[in-house]
Design a protein around this ligand. Structure first.
Ligand code: ZN
Length: 318
């Protein structure tokens, strides 16, 4: 039933619509502390569904075709943000098995042993041994006391801590996340993100690599020189690693107006990228700005609901 329905709302040519899925991690098994991330079984199902329903294209090819009005019906691209190690370990074999291509947007500052600030908080709370954590001495009035005696309370503590710290200046966030780990007396993992050779291996397996800044800042909150440096340096690092131009970019956090602004878009265009993706919901159309292509992944885990949610996302562009 899906392809005929999708052909009607996602036709070929001038009226085509480009659905772009966004993922971050593919976990070896479901993780109650990371409920929004897919595990290998779920990702395998999703790949099997979309390979039957959609024409999955590499993002750079899809962008060219969108600009030229030559997209096929039911056009889709698959993207991953940040550069997690499980992208290479778990996502790559599944994508290959389904014959699917994806684009991996890598924040280059975390390659080879780095860790994102949010993971420092999450992994600290995961490893906390006391039933209640008291963050008042680590964070002053910003953070308080949180019960962490069960998966549900750990999850709630993670939500609260991330929400309270998300829009602090990046340096403060990083420093606080490390002080937090120290306060709890936990050792943090240094193997969450890819090593450079894994990025290279993804590319050699036919996948695409895009830039995602160096340190994953909120671009809209940086001065112009810092934002330019973040954008250009991530491109340059990846180009040196891969020995080829890197032409695709994803805005960190990715909501237009909040996380990136017109200045960020100009900087990305001036840096020589040919397209960029946001995390605003929707689909790409002939009217879309190629430097702000929307992305959307249904959170549903059943085939029927996942399909309907994609249809609903396509219809929103009508
Ligand atoms: Zn990101």
């Amino acid at each position: 039933m899906w392809p005929p329905l999708l052909n009607a709302i996602s036709p070929a040519g001038e009226r085509a619509r480009l659905s772009t899925l966004i993922f971050h991690r593919v976990l070896p098994a479901p993780d109650p502390l990371l409920p929004w991330e897919v595990d290998v079984a779920t990702f395998d199902h999703i790949c099997s569904w979309v390979s039957q329903w959609f024409n999955v294209l590499p993002l750079d090819d899809a962008v060219d075709r969108l600009a030229q009005g030559r997209l096929p019906a039911r056009a889709m691209t698959i993207t991953f943000d940040d550069g997690y190690e499980d992208n290479h370990r778990h996502a790559l074999p599944i994508l290959k098995r389904h014959g699917l291509m994806a684009t991996f947007f890598v924040a280059t500052g975390f390659l080879d042993g780095g860790r994102m600030w949010n993971d420092s908080f999450i992994e600290s709370i995961r490893r906390a041994t006391d039933p209640v954590i008291d963050l008042r001495s680590a964070a002053g009035d910003l953070l308080g006391r949180f019960p962490v005696g069960s998966a549900a309370t750990r999850r709630a503590a993670i939500d609260a801590v991330l929400a309270l710290t998300k829009y602090l200046p990046l340096d403060d966030r990083v420093a606080l996340s490390l002080r937090f780990a120290e306060e709890l007396g936990v050792d943090l993992p240094d193997d969450l993100m890819m090593r450079s050779e894994q990025v290279l291996a993804l590319r050699r397996a036919g996948m695409q690599i895009g830039a995602h800044t160096v340190s994953h800042p909120i671009l809209a909150r940086l001065d112009v020189d810092s934002a330019r440096r973040e954008i250009e340096q991530s491109k340059e690092t990846l180009e040196n690693l891969l020995g080829e131009p890197v032409t695709l970019f994803a805005y960190p956090n990715g909501r237009s107006g909040t996380d990136y602004d017109d200045q960020s878009v100009s900087l990305v265009r001036d840096a020589g990228f040919k397209a960029a993706v946001s995390t605003d919901r929707g689909v790409g159309t002939s009217d879309s700005d190629l430097f702000q292509l929307p992305r959307f992944t249904p959170w549903d885990r059943s085939k029927l609901r996942f399909g309907f949610r994609l249809v609903d996302n396509l219809r929103r562009a009508a």
